[in-house]
Design a protein around this ligand. Structure first.
Ligand code: LER
Ligand code: MN
Length: 269
């Protein structure tokens, strides 16, 4: 059964227990926690999940460096932090961590347009980081959800094809594709077709509308994409990753959850 999750929001209460209660009150099934909660507030997070019965589905961000970092020390630090997060995610029953190659490090579409490392070097760095994390996943019962980002946010992995081919090249079983509707809307020719093409590897989904605000506010055809998810039998988590446009913020966010549930129903998800 597909679970709907949300990332933390600036308008959520401060404490982790109160955040989880708010997640449920808004109509979500789970929280996609920030890595910072796993690295620096894990006891509180464990207790909050136990006390409220609201699960932490997954983790996103909150670690230092990137798995494809140009700086080798920072790349190693990223692998170390993600290792700690995955060990704790396994204990908490979270499925895994969302990991892009890098975010905001370099774009081939913005000046200076020539990266300091060539594509072969990028690939070697990513394969090395993912091989290390593959072993951690195997020992902790978790997954790495590898996320292609749009061309303005990263230069290494922009499409489901790029992520899928890298996973196949590494022969990984615990690294899956993270399909983000906002990025797919920019990079994929047809979201539904791409999801079906990579059906064996789709592990996790991020939801935002075309302008990256709350689903229902823009012009994204969610039912079309969800049709693809139904066809491939997707049964993971879809996490909201968006800002909220308009006021009252909390009510509009709650309406957006209801909107996505209607789209899911229309697609037979
Ligand atoms: C960044 O745009 C994004 O989509 C995040 O999920 C990065 O992991
Ligand atoms: Mn995302």
């Amino acid at each position: 059964m597909i679970r709907l999750a949300t990332q933390d929001k600036p308008f959520f209460p401060g404490g982790l227990k109160e955040k989880l209660e708010e997640v449920r009150a808004l109509g979500f099934d789970a929280l996609e926690a920030d890595g910072d909660a796993f690295l620096n507030h894990f006891e509180e997070l464990e207790r909050a999940a136990k006390d409220t019965g609201v699960p932490v589905s997954s983790v996103c961000g909150g670690y230092r460096g990137w798995i494809g970092d140009f700086d080798e020390d920072r790349r190693k630090t990223a692998v170390e932090d993600i290792t700690t997060i995955l060990e704790r995610a396994g204990r908490l029953g979270a499925a895994g961590i969302v990991v892009p190659a890098a975010w905001g490090m370099f774009s081939l579409r913005l000046p200076p347009m020539t990266p300091p490392r060539d594509a072969k070097g990028d690939r070697e760095a990513l394969l090395d980081s993912l091989s290390r994390l593959e072993k951690v996943c195997e020992n902790t019962g978790t997954k790495v959800f590898l996320e292609p980002l749009n061309r303005y946010e990263d230069h290494m992995l922009n499409t489901l094809d790029a992520a899928g081919e890298l996973i196949q090249a590494g022969g990984f079983s615990h690294v899956k594709i993270m399909a983000d509707f906002f990025h797919m809307n920019i990079e994929e020719q047809d979201i539904k077709k791409s999801l079906i093409k990579w059906k064996e590897l789709i592990g996790h989904v991020h939801l935002a509308d075309s302008h990256r605000y709350q689903p229902g506010d823009g012009h994204m055809d969610f039912v079309h994409g969800f049709d693809g998810l139904r066809e491939i039998g997707f049964d993971g988590t879809m996490a909201f990753e968006c800002r909220v446009l308009g006021e009252p913020t909390r009510e509009l966010y709650k309406d957006s959850v209801a909107y996505i549930r209607r789209c899911m129903e229309q697609a037979g998800l």
